[in-house]
Design a protein around this ligand. Sequence first.
Ligand code: ZN
Length: 168
Amino acid sequence: MSESNSKSSLRPRFCPQCGAALVTGYDGERERRGCRHCGWIYDPSPIVEVIAVIEHSDGRIVRLHDDQMPLPHDQLRWGEAPDEAAVRVAAMATGLRLSDPRFLGFIQTRDTSDADCFVLTFCYVLQSEGQPPMVAGAELARLREMPQRAGERERYALDAYRAWLDRH
Ligand SMILES: [Zn+2]
């Protein structure tokens, strides 16, 4: 069974309060799954992930060789603080020693494999220490050299990083 199938099978089809079939509708603000009869709303648990913008001392940042996902990212582990996760994720993707994670902001997006689920992404900027002996698949790039085709979360992280630079 694929991941998306197993997730979809967890999605309730009937209202736990009155038993009516659930529908996906627009509540005036956003799309939600819920019950037209009694008003019960299905709130899925978010997938929580972190994205890391890794800043080198010369002002360049780490770009991964993936135009959709040019920044290191991964899901949060149980018991892990988001800033710890950012350091782990960034170190795993690059082999760099990293310090000083600073929170840039967060974004909620739809899960591409299940429209009822959503992803909560915490974005951090980190400093790389020393010269990078970086792994294959990662390089240093100017902010303007980051790919235009980056995904929604990556674009948000880069915009939040730009705003952070303006304040520092
Ligand atoms: Zn109901």
